[in-house]
Design a binder for this molecule. Structure first.
Ligand code: SF4
Ligand code: SF4
Length: 151
């Protein structure tokens, strides 16, 4: 959880920096960046979906309200899980479902979530956290089954 700075002030920045290192919060691609090349296009609907998940202001309210985050200091929380979901739908990111499972497929990730949705209730940006948690739980559940049956 967040380190107390003083009175009611907490340090959310260090927590989020550590989180983004853990979830590798950047586009993973083997393409070499060419500043002279035209920007890569993506479908408007995909760009809007990515933007929707990028609206998080890192206020930390969803983490502070989360029962699992209180019990598990390594829990990614709704903001972290949402961040992984943002990269999962980004066509520029070349990570596979197995790569995402490495990050999310544990009690530190989506399987630690108790689903009581305090995160959704307190988010000042009205991020679609409930949808994200449901979507990623289903996606990671299917990946777990595929891993189990070796498909
Ligand atoms: S639904 Fe999951 S992420 Fe949201 S507050 Fe509850 S345990 Fe935390
Ligand atoms: S409460 Fe909403 S805006 Fe704040 S960190 Fe969580 S997801 Fe982001």
């Amino acid at each position: 959880m967040f380190q107390l700075v003083g009175d009611l002030s907490v340090d959310t920045g260090s927590w989020f920096r550590e989180l983004y290192d853990t979830v590798e919060s950047w586009i993973h691609t083997k393409k070499v960046f060419d500043p002279a090349a035209p920007e890569e296009r993506m479908e408007d609907s995909v760009a809007e979906a990515v933007y929707e998940l990028d609206r998080c202001i890192e206020c930390g309210c969803c983490i502070a309200a989360c029962g699992t985050a209180r019990m598990r200091p390594d829990f990614l929380g709704a903001a972290g899980i949402n961040k992984v979901g943002r990269f999962l739908i980004d066509p520029r990111d070349e990570r596979t479902e197995a790569d995402y499972y490495e990050i999310l497929g544990t009690d530190m990730g989506i399987f630690g979530c108790m689903g009581l949705l305090a995160c959704e209730d307190v988010c000042p940006k009205h991020m679609p956290l409930q949808d994200q948690l449901g979507f990623l739980r289903r996606k990671m559940g299917i990946t777990a089954l595929k891993n189990f049956f070796g498909k």
